[in-house]
Design a protein around this ligand. Sequence first.
Ligand code: GLU
Length: 310
Amino acid sequence: MYRGRFAPSPTGELHLGSAATAVFAAARALQMRGVLVMRLEDLDVPRVVPGAAAALLDDLHWLGISWAEGPDLGGPTVPYTQSERHLLYEAAVEDLARRRLTYLCDCSRAEIASAASAPHAGEEGPRYPGTCRPHGMTQRSFRRSPALRLAVPAASLITIDDAVLGTWSEDVAQTTGDFVLRRGDGTFAYQLAVVVDDLAMGITEVVRASDLASSAPRQALLARLLGGSAPRFAHVPLVVDGGGRLSKRARGVPIAEQRRSGRGAIELVRAIASAYGHEVGDRSDPIAALAECLDLRRLGVAPVHVSRLM
Ligand code: GLU
């Protein structure tokens, strides 16, 4: 049984780029005659905007996207809001700790940056050089409240078979090193929560934006260490502006604004499909039409210019 999911963070409005990803996640679930799960990823409390979750769900409904399970509908793996799933994350961390796969770390960002020999271009900074690893879980005196890291086993070679981007391999021990599972302030890391949830919810495929592709190897490794296997991934190319960078403008075109300006949902979904190589004609349900002709390989790897969605 195909189980996909869409997992927005209620940290702002739904923008064109995430709307595009949602459209493909919904069409793919239809194509596979499976289920789309909606999960709210609200762990980053300071960034959560009050009211944003309800507005996100409303915008998604307006686009014609429906889900079978979610925070508003319930389902077999309640709750569907990460801030209510702490016990599961705690249990996963304890399981890893029992197997000596975690350790406490009080290194600051600056210390890590200056100690790292091979800076990694990832958005989470350089590879962690393992400074605190020899201390394990010993309760020494910490200079600041410690984070909990995964002790990544040596030679953690992971191969990702991405339905859009193709196949690539990465040794997580080399690229990222021991990554954070729980931050010093007690917040569970995105990497941990997403893996625990995808396993618990029986997710078989993840369709999401390609800026998260660099997280896939870490997530696949963590899934394996937790006794499961990662879902299949399909990373949808980003919406960018003229400079080829992730566009402030692309991010800054909220669906709510498009709605207010009188743009129709059908036309918008049609424009999204077309910008990513799929012509869906003038059917009144463009997501169903997209599901019929969807070929994930045709999404390509090149980013899509925001003007094609306007
Ligand atoms: N919550 C993430 C976001 O809104 C998505 C995480 C994921 O799909 O793995 O960007």
